[in-house]
Structure formats: structure tokens, C-alpha cells
Design a protein around this ligand. Structure first.
Ligand code: GLC
Ligand code: GLC
Length: 811
């Protein structure tokens, strides 16, 4: 069942009922001011950091769902309704929500009135713009009372939701004409305030929640809206809000447009006040003036479109397959950008108060956005690398505002260092900017320890090389990619961290997965060294890689698949001898992507085992059989009920590893079959089962052991976005940036006759036509560049600004 449809021409998802299984959200803003907005106008705004600069309040885990947002109430005689249905939930005559790239439009109609709310965060500015259009489609004159309403957050979202003894006494506002200023704590240590405004002088306002909603009122039944209107309240402590009342008369056929805004302003300390107790509004007034006209609103919308046109034009496919094109050209890349902006901080599943940026997460996210914004990828790599320790290990997380490593979590996740090679390698292949390797970057955020980035990569490689266990496989530490496989932590008390309690780093527990990573990204390291002419070091690294390959193919091989690990007692994890958790997806994906066992047959056997034992109709589960009881020696993975999360859920992130692995072996049919099974556009018609937004990937889909098999959770912020983009754009469609050129090497279903791709790469534009009249799954027989045949499948970089015509004939 569907709750809407794609509109590819406008790059929108069109939701046609407000009763989606869960709130379906969009992200507005891509620099500093962000808004999460649901299809019923729920959500919240923050500036840069969702925890420390929360602008409006949001109650997670609330009942009913999605209570706070950017709502407008319309009172038309006896009827009160919202254009997005929530929170009053008056049945609408018509409803539609269009989520586009960086903007959303919600339209509702009731009793002959159509109300359209357009939302966007102006590119390059710190404000949310909201335009409300009201049209009287009836034959009578309408007298409407319109009430916009938002609830301010007292800045630090964590403190805001816990420290009530203080916070109920600190709230302060100022009202000045059509603007409401939220200035809590501005009198003391804060130099910032928020402003809500309208381009029309209101007929009433409230800034105290109690006055607007009523002491025991709720957003579903505000006292002011259902009673005698706004009271002119000024918040002193308690909960400051911004509510207004606009009384409008609309002749039949007439319409009116109101411009609302929500802005964030910082003032220099010396210029905070206009006079004692009155905030300096100069910047706010300038902001309001910037958006005082409808032409300015339209221009902001145009600028946003131009911004997305330019980002997405880096990779565009025309395959003739509508769903594929819409994933590749629009939604997958869009999600990659949102994941870049948010990391794992703020979604409807991530509260914005929890984790900072993950070291491994950020390195992998890079794989999905480096082609769109290489300059920002460069910055990101340097920030991440600065949280590495001198021995090559790394802080597992860091705070975006301070860029400092997070001490509470610390280090010891032994896959982390190698992801830095993965991210940097992707950047080099995309840009050819070798100067990044010379950038001096701190270790442990300490400038006195700064060394060139190249040295950071060397220490990443060396860290794994020098931390091997009894079988010559890498020690796992607190965890590898699978945060929940905790082989050195034996936690038995509720509330303890599964990763950091107890010994956590031991000399015995080993990871076959990191072994695969060491081979894959170790080879990338070797290529970098060779490119730099450091052949001696490259040769030595190759020897280490060969030894690792051997260890993976012996101690890491179970007979029909790659083992997962050895636990702290040296027992096999992920082998036929185990009673549960016999086979895991991660080492099959990573080891085959690394090329391990490709020639000797283990790779193909491992992938056959995945198909036979882990495939389900909704995707590939992480392991089988699921763990049915808690196991002290395995940790968090066995804490989840069977079928959820890492315990045999369909963890979407590693499905594309199997896609890449299958492509590595030339299996185009199977690679695409795996790809499409979790690709949102292909499963739109099971939205009632899937429940999360049908235009983006979720982190997890409940596996077949779960009662809710097929139900997705944790939508939007997941490494799945980057990896699926990599799997489709590089492994399947086969346009692969390499250090010395662009490789054209598709691996596609045999019945795919061909496709065209436009790829911007290192400043030149490649228009690539792939012809598969031969009906093969892989293999390029002939390539021409601007009409001239070239040998092999690698196209040398063209001069920046050039347009290059490439044809590739498969066969
Ligand atoms: C989450 C984490 C990621 C981890 C994965 C598997 O998505 O953000 O770092 O690799 O779970 O545990
Ligand atoms: C929990 C989650 C896991 C995530 C980790 C991040 O362990 O289950 O998916 O990676 O938290 O800290």
C-alpha cells in the first residue's frame, strides 16, 4: 500500500494522506540553520548543533506522536483546522504534502478554504521561511482567524528537557510589532536570540504557552483558538512560545499571502543591547527586510533549486528504468547530503542530544558525498584525522561544535583507523588533489603533535598491522563495524555500556571483518604509496597484506563462508560449530570486496552461502540463526530480540556490501537483485509494512525472526545512503574514479540493454553511453573517447572545463 507517489519532474515525494504510518519528514537547511519537518508540519529547528542550540522544542516519544512543529490553526466559524491536519485532526476535504529538495509544501482544504504552507530554509541564511497562502474557493465571504504557533526551546535541548527547577524561571521574550523575540539567558551569558515574525501586523499574540493553550490545554485544543483569541501574554519563565492571531476577511475567489519567518541571530557582546533590557534588533530587522516581499521568498526558492541542480548534476543516469533513475539522480544523493549535514545527530529516531560524529560513520558518509562537495569532504577528512591518536587508533566519536574527540566513549574500536584510509582514498580518486596528504593535521587535537595527513594514514595501517591476535587476525578491541559485537566486554548490569565496561580491549578476540578491511584498504594504501614513488614501503605493506589474506583464508574460513571473529576465549564466532550466529553478513561482504578468495573459489562460495542462508524477501539479514538469549561473551548483539538491529535484522548498511561483492565477481543479475530489494523506490508499495519514508533508506528493517518482519526503523541517518550510492553508481553502473583515470566497468543484469551517464569529475564532464546489445553481465569490449578508440577501460582525466563523449560497448 502507498500513501503517496514520486513526482520526478519536480523532484518531490507527494504524500496524499496525513495518516502516514509514522511522521514522514524532510530536512530543510544545509549549512547552519536546520529544520526537521514532518508531513503534518511537525518538527523542530536548531542552529548548527541540535543539542546545544535548539531553537524550538520537540517532545520525542510523546503521545500523540509529533506534537510540536510549525503549525497554523484556521478558525472558520465553528470549525478549527490545520492545513497539515495535525494537531487538531479535523478531517480535511483535501490534503497534500510535497517534500522536495530542501523545501516542503503542505496544502489542506476545508469548507471552501485552501491553505498552503510553503517552507524552506534560505540558502546562506539562518532562518526558516514560511509562506501561508489562503484562498477562498467558496461562494461566500469568509472571515477567518489564523493562528501560527511555535514553542521555543531554551537552547540546550538536554537541559531543557530535564532541568525544570531552573528553566521554569528563566524564560524571557520581547514583542515588537509583528515580531516575537525569544531571549532566554540573553541577559547573562548568551549572545544569541531567536525571532519569529510575520509581514502583517497581527491582531493579537501570546508568548506564554499557558495563555495560548490553557493551563490544561493541548496543541490539539488551544484555549486561545477554541475560546476568545490571543491574550497578549508576555512569558516570564515557564514556556515561552510565539503565537499570533490574524483576522482576515476573504471575498469569494480572493486569496491572501502571509510571510512568516523564524530566525537565529548572534550579536557581538558589546552590541547586545539597544538600551538596558532591550535587545539590539538591528540584525533581526535586516533579516526580516531581506524576506519582506514575495519576490524575495520566490528568489530564495529559486536559489535553493539552483543549489540542488548543481549538486546533483555531478552524477546523473538515464537508464530507462524510472525507479532506478529516481533513486540515483534524486533521492539517494539527497540522502547522502543530509547524512553529511547531520551525521547521526538529529532525526525522528536520533534525538539530537546523543552521539556526536562517529569516526567510522563520517569516513563512510564521505564515500557518498565526495563527488558533490569535494571541498567540504577535504575539510571533513582533516577534522576527523585530528581526532586520531599518535598510535593510529582513534576517538570513536567527536563533537561537531568543538571538533574534539569524545572522552566518554574513548577509542578502541579497531576498525576505525582503516576507515580513514577508505575516506581519504575516495577523496584522492575523486579529486586528484594530492596536496591533502601534505596537510599537517593534529594527533589527539594537539597541535604540537601535528604531522602530514600521509603520516596519519601510515599509522592507521600500522595500527592494524601491529595489533594482531593468536591467529594473525586483527584484534577487535571494543567492537569493529558492528558496534554490538562486544567480545571483550562482559556486562551484566543494566545500564552499563556494552562497549566500555570491563576490560573491553583484550589480547585474544579477533575480527575476520577487520582482516578483510585490512586487505581492501591496505591495497588502497599501497596504491597511494606507489603513486608517491614509495615503492619500498609499498612492497613491505604488500607482504603484510598477503599474510593477512592467508590468515583470513585459513583461520577466517569456515568451509562455506568467512567466519566472523574469535571471542576472548578463542572460540569461533560465526561458524557452523556455533549453535546460533553461525553465519554473519559483514565478513562475506568485506572479504569478497577485498578480493579475498576470488581466484581460489572461496569468494563465490561465501556469496552462495549468503544467498542460501541470509536472503529474505525484504533484504539480507545480518546473521543466522538469531541469538535467542543474552550471551555475556558476545555483548549487545544478543541483547536485541531476534530479528531486530544487529541481531539478525536486515541492517541495510551492509546489503550494498553484498552488491559490491557480487559485482566484484561479475554477477550483474544478482548484484542488481540485491540492490533493488532494499531500494526505497522499489518497495514503495509496501509502505504499510515498511512504515518509514518511502523516499529514503532506513538503518534497519526487521528480519524474518521478528514479529514485525519488514518493518523499517531509524530512517534517514545511516551509512546505508553512502554505501548504496557507491554500490549503484560504481559497482553496478560502473563509473569508478581511480587515482589515474575514470574506469568504465559496469556489472549489470544481462537484460539491461544499456544506459547513459553524465558524470562531472575533476572539473570535466563525461557523457558516457554504455551499450549492452550483447546482453552480458560484465565486460567492456571497446571504448571510445570523443570518437577515438582507447585501450582498456580506463579513461585518462580530461582538462577541467572539457566535455568528453565516451562510448563503452560491453561484450
Ligand atoms: C550504527 C552505527 C555504526 C555501526 C552500525 C553497526 O549504524 O552508527 O557506526 O557501524 O550501527 O553497529
Ligand atoms: C547501539 C546500536 C548500534 C549503534 C550504537 C552506536 O549500540 O544498537 O546500532 O551503532 O548504539 O553507539
Amino acid at each position: 500500500m502507498q500513501y503517496g507517489h514520486f513526482d520526478d519532474a519536480r523532484r518531490e515525494y507527494v504524500i496524499t494522506t496525513p495518516r502516514t504510518p509514522l511522521p514522514w519528514i524532510n530536512y530543510l537547511g544545509s549549512e547552519a540553520f536546520f529544520t526537521l519537518l514532518s508531513n503534518t508540519a511537525g518538527g523542530y529547528s536548531f542552529y548548527k548543533d541540535a543539542r546545544l542550540r535548539r531553537i524550538t522544542r520537540y517532545r520525542y516519544n510523546a503521545s500523540p506522536l509529533d506534537g510540536e512543529g510549525f503549525r497554523v490553526y484556521i478558525r472558520d466559524g465553528e470549525t478549527v483546522w490545520n492545513p497539515g491536519w495535525q494537531p487538531v485532526q479535523t478531517e480535511l476535504d483535501r490534503y497534500v504534502c510535497r517534500h522536495g529538495l530542501g523545501y516542503s509544501v503542505i496544502e489542506g482544504a476545508k469548507n471552501g478554504v485552501t491553505a498552503t504552507q510553503e517552507f524552506l530554509v534560505s540558502h546562506g541564511d539562518d532562518c526558516l521561511l514560511m509562506r501561508l497562502t489562503l484562498r477562498n474557493d467558496s461562494a461566500e465571504e469568509k472571515r477567518l482567524d489564523v493562528f501560527p504557533y511555535i514553542e521555543f526551546c531554551l537552547w540546550d535541548a538536554m537541559d531543557d528537557s530535564s532541568n525544570f527547577q531552573r528553566n521554569f524561571s528563566t524564560g524571557e521574550v520581547e514583542v515588537c510589532g509583528a515580531a516575537i523575540y525569544h531571549k532566554t539567558e540573553y541577559r547573562e551569558r548568551r549572545d544569541h536570540y531567536a525571532v519569529f515574525w510575520c509581514d502583517r501586523a497581527p491582531d493579537g499574540f501570546d508568548t506564554a504557552r499557558e495563555a495560548f493553550l490553557g493551563a490544561y490545554g493541548s496543541p490539539a485544543r488551544p484555549a486561545a483558538v477554541f475560546g476568545d483569541g490571543c491574550t497578549g501574554s508576555l512569558a516570564h519563565g515557564w514556556q515561552p512560545v510565539a503565537a499570533q492571531q490574524h483576522t482576515l476577511t476573504l471575498a469569494p475567489g480572493a486569496s491572501v499571502r502571509l510571510l512568516f519567518g523564524l530566525g537565529y541571530i548572534e550579536n557581538p557582546r558589546a552590541e547586545k543591547w539597544e538600551r538596558p533590557g532591550v535587545v539590539n534588533k538591528t540584525k533581526a530587522e535586516a533579516m526580516m527586510a531581506r524576506y519582506a516581499t514575495h519576490a524575495a521568498f520566490d528568489a530564495a526558492m529559486e536559489a535553493l533549486r539552483a543549489h540542488w541542480d548543481s549538486l546533483l548534476s555531478a552524477y546523473q543516469v538515464r537508464s530507462g528504468a524510472e525507479k532506478l533513475d529516481r533513486m540515483v539522480n534524486i533521492w539517494n544523493q539527497y540522502q547522502c547530503m543530509v547524512t553529511f549535514n547531520m551525521s547521526r545527530s538529529a532525526s525522528y529516531f536520533e534525538s539530537g542530544m546523543g552521539r556526536g560524529m562517529g569516526f567510522r560513520d563520517s569516513c563512510q558518509d564521505l564515500l557518498g558525498f565526495v563527488h558533490m562537495i569535494p571541498e567540504r569532504a577535504r575539510e571533513r577528512i582533516l577534522d576527523i584525522a585530528a581526532t586520531q591518536f599518535p598510535d593510529g587508533s582513534a576517538y570513536h566519536q567527536y563533537q561537531p561544535l568543538t571538533k574534539k574527540g569524545n572522552l566518554a566513549v574513548g577509542s578502541g574500536f579497531n576498525d576505525d583507523p582503516l576507515w580513514l584510509i577508505a575516506g581519504t582514498d575516495a577523496y584522492l580518486r575523486e579529486t586528484g588533489d594530492w596536496s591533502i596528504l601534505d596537510e599537517r593535521v593534529d594527533f589527539d587535537n594537539d597541535p604540537s603533535l601535528a604531522r602530514p595527513l600521509l603520516e596519519h594514514l601510515r599509522r592507521s595501517f600500522d595500527y592494524t598491522r601491529t595489533h594482531l591476535g593468536p591467529h594473525g587476525l586483527p584484534l577487535i578491541g571494543r567492537a569493529d563495524w558492528n558496534d554490538c559485537l562486544n567480545l571483550n566486554c562482559f556486562s551484566s548490569e543494566p545500564g552499563e555500556s556494552f562497549q566500555t565496561t570491563g576490560p573491553s580491549e583484550g589480547p585474544v578476540a579477533e575480527s575476520v571483518f577487520i582482516g578483510g578491511m585490512f586487505v581492501k584498504y591496505g591495497r588502497a594504501w599501497v596504491d597511494i604509496l606507489r603513486h608517491l614513488g614509495q615503492t619500498g614501503e609499498a612492497g613491505a605493506a604488500e607482504t603484510d597484506i598477503a599474510a593477512m589474506e592467508k590468515a583470513v583464508l585459513t583461520a577466517g574460513w569456515d568451509g562455506a563462508w568467512f567466519r566472523r571473529a574469535y571471542d576472548a576465549e578463542g572460540r569461533v564466532v560465526g561458524g557452523a560449530e556455533c549453535d546460533e550466529g553461525q553465519i554473519f553478513i559483514e565478513p562475506q561482504g568485506m572479504c569478497v570486496m577485498a578480493g579475498i578468495g576470488a581466484e581460489t573459489g572461496e569468494a563465490a562460495t561465501a556469496l552462495q552461502s549468503v544467498e542460501a542462508r541470509l536472503d529474505t524477501r525484504y533484504g539480507i539479514v545480518l546473521l543466522q540463526p538469531a541469538y535467542t538469549r543474552y550471551r555475556l561473551e558476545l555483548g549487545e548483539i544478543s541483547s536485541y530480540p531476534p530479528g531486530y538491529k544487529e541481531n539478525a535484522g536486515i541492517f541495510c548498511h551492509n546489503n550494498p556490501w553484498i552488491v559490491c561483492a557480487e559485482a566484484e565477481l561479475g554477477h550483474g543479475d544478482r548484484a542488481f537483485a540485491v540492490y533493488r530489494r532494499t531500494a526505497p523506490a522499489y518497495i514503495e508499495d509496501i509502505s504499510d509494512v515498511h512504515r518509514t519514508e518511502p523516499y529514503v533508506y532506513s538503518q534497519m528493517i526487521a528480519g524474518r525472526d521478528a514479529p514485525s518482519f519488514g518493518e523499517a526503523k531509524n530512517s534517514w541517518l545511516t551509512g546505508t545512503a553512502a554505501w548504496t550510492f557507491l554500490s549503484i553508481s560504481q559497482a553496478i553502473l560502473g563509473v569508478k574514479p581511480e587515482l589515474d583515470g575514470l574506469r568504465i566497468d559496469p556489472c549489470i543484469p544481462a537484460d539491461c540493454k544499456g544506459f547513459e551517464i553524465t558524470r562531472r569529475w575533476r572539473g570535466a564532464t563525461y557523457h558516457i553511453t554504455v551499450d549492452n546489445a550483447a546482453g552480458v553481465e560484465r565486460g567492456v569490449a571497446a571504448i571510445t573517447v570523443d570518437g577515438a578508440p582507447v585501450p582498456g577501460s580506463l579513461i585518462p582525466p580530461a582538462a577541467p572545463g572539457k566535455c568528453v563523449e565516451v562510448t563503452a560497448v560491453m561484450g
